[in-house]
Design a binder for this molecule. Structure first.
Ligand code: SF4
Length: 124
């Protein structure tokens, strides 16, 4: 039987792999070859951590839970509109440099579009 951390990793991977369809809690513990009690404990632990949502569903005439991942797999699409992709200063930009992602307004706006652009510091 896998160790606890390995078991949690495998369980979470099953939920992530299930994608938008989700996975029945009972299917997860069957695939993990653990008891229903252990499977429920894992599912509740994931829910408490906010990485999994448990939704009550009717399945085969019985109420059970379906697990949905709150972790979305990263895809290349998620960074296609990153300003760095078309920035002429990419080769001059690094942490601690004159140009840095830490002080780049384009990067800040991309990471959090709700933040108002800051005014430039007044020249003294
Ligand atoms: S963080 Fe800003 S300055 Fe640096 S490469 Fe990206 S867009 Fe260009």
């Amino acid at each position: 039987m896998p160790r606890n951390n390995d078991l949690e990793r495998m369980a979470l991977q099953f939920v992530i792999d299930a994608g938008e369809e989700g996975i029945l809690q009972s299917d997860m513990w069957k695939r993990l070859k653990v008891t229903s009690r252990e499977g429920s404990r894992l599912a509740k632990k994931f829910e408490e951590k906010g990485v999994v949502e448990r939704r009550r569903v009717l399945h085969g005439g019985r109420w059970t839970y379906k697990l949905f991942s709150m972790i979305k797999p990263v895809t290349i699409d998620s960074i296609m509109d990153c300003p760095c992709m078309i920035c002429d200063d990419l080769d001059k930009c690094f942490e601690g440099g004159m140009l840095s992602p830490l002080n780049c307004s384009d990067m800040t706006a991309w990471v959090n579009p709700d933040i108002e652009p800051s005014q430039p510091d007044p020249v003294t």
